[in-house]
Design a protein around this ligand. Structure first.
Ligand code: CA
Length: 637
């Protein structure tokens, strides 16, 4: 039905390239520009409030048809803080919608708001600079966090529970004094905090956030923050200022902020602004007019259409510029075309050379609306060398196949060849060009938490054994070459246990009782031991550049399998001009003796402890307990 949108004739006539879509506020006037090439007429409706359905229209200003299918209007005077929508006649119907480019909105994102963005900047914003310089992605460590999960539990000690401002509270602690929230993150050794969706999503009623929880993978408005995380969802400027305050707080502690963006689908396909104003334009459909659903969310974004492409490129640039972000994580980037990703990376990096980009490069079945459009899937990684991909190779090798949650992986006793482990450790998964493209992980928001996956694969395992296997997994994942990534709370043996005793494998709308980070866990001795273990592993990674190799050839040259080592050990030998590092992994139940090469070695990792400066020195034979890692370093003369 909408195939015409993807024809060269349509694109030639209706591709608008200006940078003024949306509204431009000034004290003297506000200008509007809407792209709606199939509309017969259009107007801007100005409202006193941002609440849909409220009878408080101030004025309806007719728009004039302008170039390339756009409509323009001008409102004289200072309209800062006034709410607005567009009303168009299209296909014989009158449709009212929020502006797809709205930068602010009222409650639940149904009316946009005219805004003086400088008025939303918190104190010190003009002096804010990127905390992390441009450098190899392998120097980064990413911590994946949901805004609400961080603070909502009573044990967090955080006042602004479930809000952006919860990220700004300093020196919070559990009742017994263990650091929580921002203070906890700062002591870990991570470099970037990746926030699960912070754009305006549709599944939580902003007027009553306590009534529902969601991860937020259901975009309502792409260019403004989610209102349920603000202290006042009715005033469009508050959520903007409070998100900036959160970014500023993280920056002050040297942490980069990565935004999780979901351009591959929208919440309700035909209720989405673009699809209302230009019917069906934003979404892919097949020859029978059926929406393409490779995202498993009912609609796939037609990023290959010129004005969808522009919308996504504009949107990412807007967030990078306006919110001082440090990176973007693209949800199912494998549904977005390569050209769009190339242009995003080139345009954003031109202004912000420190920016990082990665995403889920899964190959999903989708109905492209144009021929010969390559998608940003893992296997096309060479076309987007600055885009990283979640490394399902190391994930499934270590924790077990994602397609059968009862199966063990290497960390829970499954046999894995040394060659495969070497490929994982080297950050050379087969599909990536270099380790900078491999985002290594054993847990994220999707699927079972690491603790729960181990518990499900090994139902007889005690909590102590699960903790031990978790540390074993962390040692492998955090020391492997690539970009280490982990779900917030993995370092505290986070579990998403249901009342039934089962583990939640898809907690996207489960209650806070399942999703929240339970800081009271810090009272547990195994949790404390595991937390310190993570800190030590990340310190060790920082200390030795051999763990942060950035190119595949160097990884292959510098890292090999140590020879003549006893089963079931796998021992990697890392060597450069300065030093030799042995990293040994014993997945068996029993201890194994390993003969160290000649000379004295500084032991930095054992089954229960890590210390980048060395726990002890060793020579000759060492015993490596069951289910544990062992790392030793020898400096060269
Ligand atoms: Ca919302």
């Amino acid at each position: 039905m909408f195939q015409e949108y993807s024809t060269p004739a349509f694109e030639k006539k209706y591709t608008y390239t200006g940078n003024d879509l949306g509204h431009q506020w000034s004290p003297e006037q506000t200008l509007f520009r809407l792209w709606a090439p199939t509309a017969a007429d259009a107007c801007v409706c100005l409202y006193r409030s941002g609440t849909e359905g409220t009878d408080d229209l101030i004025d309806a200003i007719p728009m004039c048809a302008d170039v390339c299918g756009t409509w323009v209007a001008r409102a004289e005077g200072d309209w800062n803080g006034t709410y607005y929508t567009y009303k168009v006649s299209v296909g014989g119907k009158t449709v009212e919608s929020i502006d797809p480019y709205a930068a602010a909105a009222g409650v639940n994102g149904r009316r946009g708001m005219i805004i003086d963005l400088r008025g939303t900047d918190p104190q010190g914003w003009d002096k804010d600079t990127p905390p992390i310089p441009p450098r190899s992605e392998t120097d980064n460590v990413i911590y994946e966090l949901h805004v609400r999960d961080l603070s909502i539990d009573a044990s967090s000690g955080i006042d602004a529970k479930g809000k952006f401002l919860g990220l700004t509270e300093e020196n919070t602690a559990t009742p017994s004094g263990h650091p929580t929230g921002l203070a906890h993150i700062c002591q870990l050794g991570v470099t970037h905090v990746q926030l699960l969706p912070i754009y305006d999503y549709g599944s939580v009623d902003e007027a009553h956030p306590e009534k529902g929880y969601n991860w937020g993978y259901d975009p309502e408005n792409y260019n403004l923050p989610e209102g349920s995380y603000s202290t006042d969802p009715y005033n469009g400027s508050v959520r903007i200022r409070e998100l900036k305050q959160a970014v500023l707080a993280l920056h002050k502690h040297g942490l980069g902020v990565v935004m999780d963006v979901v351009y591959n689908h929208v919440y309700h396909s035909f209720d989405f602004s673009v699809n209302k104003l230009v019917p069906g334009y934003f979404s892919r459909e097949d020859a029978n007019g059926k929406l393409s659903g490779g995202s498993c969310c009912g609609n796939d974004t037609a990023s290959e259409r010129s004005m969808v492409h522009k919308f996504i490129v504009d949107s990412v640039n807007y967030w990078a510029d306006e919110y001082h972000l440090d990176g973007f994580r693209f949800d199912i980037v494998g549904l977005i075309d390569v050209q769009t990703m190339q242009e995003i990376i080139a345009t954003v990096r031109q202004k912000h050379p420190h920016m990082i980009f990665y995403g889920e490069g899964w190959d999903m079945a989708t109905e492209l609306t144009k021929p010969d459009v390559p998608l940003a899937v893992q296997s096309n990684g060479a076309m987007v060398p600055e885009l990283g991909f979640f490394n399902d190779t190391i994930r499934d090798t270590l924790r077990g196949s994602i397609f059968d949650r009862s199966l063990p992986g290497y960390i829970s006793g499954a046999p894995v060849s040394r060659e495969q482990l070497l490929n994982c450790f080297r950050g050379v998964a087969g599909w990536n060009q270099s380790p900078t493209q491999a985002v290594n992980y054993v847990s994220c928001h999707d699927d079972l938490a690491l603790h729960d996956r181990i518990a499900q694969a090994l139902p007889q395992a005690t909590e102590d054994e699960i903790a031990r296997r978790s540390r074993f997994a962390a040692a492998f994942n955090l020391l492997s070459i690539g970009v280490p990534f982990f779900q917030a709370g993995e370092e505290m043996l986070r579990s998403k246990k249901l009342k039934s005793g089962k583990y939640d494998s898809n907690s996207y709308r489960s209650p806070d009782s399942v999703n929240s980070i339970k800081w009271s866990r810090l009272e547990d001795a195994q949790v404390q031991k595991t937390l310190r273990y993570y800190q030590g592993l990340l310190a060790l990674r920082r200390e030795h550049s051999l763990f942060r190799i950035a190119d595949a050839a160097a990884a292959e040259r510098c890292i090999s399998l140590a020879e003549n080592t006893p089963e079931p050990l796998t021992v990697f030998r890392l060597e450069d001009k300065k030093e030799i590092i042995l990293a040994a992994f014993n997945p068996g139940q029993d201890g194994v003796n390993l003969s160290l090469p000649a000379g004295s070695w500084q032991v930095c990792v054992t089954d229960e402890q890590t210390d980048a400066q060395g726990l002890s020195s060793a020579q000759g034979e060492v015993s490596i307990p069951g289910i544990s890692a062992f790392v030793a370093v020898q400096a060269k003369d």
